[in-house]
Design a binder for this molecule. Structure first.
Ligand code: AMP
Length: 547
């Protein structure tokens, strides 16, 4: 017997309809690439999104076809999120930090029909326009007054003209909630990037779950500033969550340096932000060196890479901003775990609580996880045993777009490629990417622990630990370090800093000081490049203290 409830598919357009009807006066504020600050409401947005949906239909964009964007976080990008998916087409957010060859490869693979881009990316568009094979038109996300003259881009259209040509009368189509809504490619440090194709259903379930108090904890009272780009896993779902809960949204555009962010936080009363650790480093450095504080910021969600405990301590103890450590990946659209404490942790000391917060957290409802050994057998949740992290759930991919990477699932679970522990309370802690693990004399050493210790040293700006080849132990940890400007630090001082903080045999064998550590298109350390550059360091030097 079926229940007698309305049968309404879970569709992304319903988020916008809700925000428009029930939070119509709420603001969306954007720093624009044109240089000014733009401000309007969800009600205004709804009107423009429906005009845009009409414009897409007039250009012949059909359900399931891919519409690409190359854009910063801003209101026009938000309009595309809703107009494209709401119409039944697929929003394909391209990452402008990728090499132009990769952008061409991905756009061709996705068979994008039309590409919308921010003015900033005109040089990139000029470099790729004649090379992409399926894109029929390029739309500059600006008004007529700012339209560039480019002879290198055929069929160059103006976003505001496109919208102006159409009325806001548009009925959102109703279709199967399993239909594809958006497409993101993995950063793929090895092999070609692979597409994760989200559905309306998966996106909506992710939105419900990620907004919950023990997850990202967003409400109508919040002012949310996503620093995490809308071109990287849908800005962790915040553009959807904001509509669902009716929160004020603040978009930083391309200005992600510490001063620009802090100014915007203060001017707009931002309460929640989200981004990768490297962004927060710039913000903290600016706030520290100018003796500033945060008047309204209450929480910051940090993920994408492990958040060093030293950074958490700075936010929480010095600035009274709570850090929510989160883990996810493109294949999970992206939130998998968030580190919110349980009642049993409330009586712990600050140091003990920080140790728990350094973990990537417990699964949000909808994501199941387990760890397995090399034989595939499940490992205990004892907080010590490390194995490959496997996940399953309604917003985990079942396959990559066009079947690339043939059948990724193992017995119905998605192998994440991360190595982690899970403790008895269900808190997961990443120790490494499986390809970054250091295998020393047959034992595993987790590089993240070693990096976190180095990052706690006051003279260290950034640290990465890699597996360096070793004549006796196969591999030993090698620390690559960027010093804070004006700070002195020797190899021996840093190695000594590990005493008492870690098992002796985990101590890095050596330290290489460098001017910068290479970061990939999504802000992660490119350890493959570091291994290429320094992988033989210990072979060339006299080697391990343990030899
Ligand atoms: P991406 O698909 O580009 O978002 O990258 C996903 C990968 O980033 C994960 O598989 C992890 O290796 C890494 N990652 C994400 N969040 C964290 C975190 N909080 N701590 C450590 N690694 C993380």
């Amino acid at each position: 017997m079926n229940g007698l409830m309305m049968d309404q598919p879970l569709l992304i357009s319903s988020l916008l309809t809700h925000a428009e009807r029930h939070h119509g006066e709420q603001q969306i504020v954007s720093r624009r690439v044109e240089g000014d600050v733009h401000r309007y409401t969800y009600r205004d947005m709804g009107q423009r999104v429906r005009r845009l949906a009409n414009a897409l239909a007039a250009r012949g964009i059909e359900q399931g076809e891919r519409v690409a964007t190359l854009a910063w976080n801003g209101y026009r990008h938000m309009e595309l999120y809703y107009a494209v998916s709401g119409s039944g087409a697929v929003l394909h957010t391209l990452n402008p930090r990728l090499h132009p060859d990769q952008v061409v490869w991905i756009a061709d693979h996705a068979e994008d029909e039309i590409l919308f881009f921010d003015l900033t990316f005109l040089p990139l568009i000029e470099a790729i326009a004649s090379r992409v094979s399926t894109i029929k038109a390029f739309v500059v996300m600006t008004d007529r007054a700012h339209m560039p003259a480019s002879s290198k881009v055929p069929n160059l259209l103006c976003y505001e003209d496109l919208i102006d040509d159409h009325t806001p009368d548009f009925e959102w189509p109703v279709f199967d909630e399993k239909a594809a809504s958006s497409l993101c490619y993995t950063s793929g440090t090895t092999g070609n990037p692979k597409g994760a194709l989200y559905s309306h259903r998966s996106t909506m379930l992710h939105t419900y779950a990620a907004a919950l108090p023990d997850a990202l904890n967003c409400s109508a009272k919040d002012v949310i500033l996503p620093v995490v780009p809308m071109f990287h896993v849908n800005a962790w779902g915040l553009p959807y969550i904001a509509c669902m809960v009716g929160a004020k949204l603040v978009f930083p555009g391309p200005w992600l340096d510490g001063k620009s962010l802090h100014d915007l936080f203060e001017a707009e009363g931002v309460t929640v932000s989200a981004g990768v650790p490297t962004v927060w480093q710039g913000l903290l450095a600016h706030v520290e060196s100018n003796d500033l504080h945060f008047s309204t910021m209450r929480r910051t969600i940090i993920g994408g890479s492990a958040c060093p405990p030293a950074m958490m301590r700075a936010f929480q103890e010095r600035y009274d901003v709570q850090v929510l450590h989160a883990w996810g990946m493109t294949e999970l659209s992206p939130v998998g775990t968030v580190c919110t404490l349980k009642p049993c942790h409330q009586t712990l000391s600050a140091a003990e609580r920080l140790a728990i917060q350094s973990k990537q957290g417990r699964s949000v409802f909808g994501i199941d996880m387990k760890i397995v050994g090399e034989d595939g057998a499940e490992l205990p949740h004892d907080g010590k045993t490390a194995g490959e992290l496997m996940v399953r759930g309604a917003w985990v991919i079942s396959n990559y777009f066009k079947g690339e990477g043939a059948g990724p699932l193992v017995n119905g679970w998605f192998p994440t490629g991360d190595v982690s522990t899970i403790d008895a309370d269900g808190f997961m802690q990443i120790t490494d990417r499986s390809k970054d693990v250091i295998k020393s004399g047959g034992e595993w050493i987790g590089s993240i622990d070693l990096e976190n210790i180095a990052m706690a040293h006051p003279a260290v700006e950034m640290a990465a630990c890699i597996a360096a080849r070793h004549p006796k132990w196969d591999e030993r940890p090698l620390l690559i370090v960027v010093k804070k400007s004006g700070q002195e630090l020797t190899r021996d001082e840093l190695i000594k800093f590990y005493d008492g903080r870690i098992a002796k045999w985990w101590t890095p064998d050596d330290v290489v000081f460098v001017d910068r550590i290479p970061l990939g298109a999504t802000g992660k350390v490119q350890k493959n490049l570091l291994r290429d550059a320094h992988g033989d360091h210990l072979m060339a030097n006299s080697g391990s203290r343990f030899a």
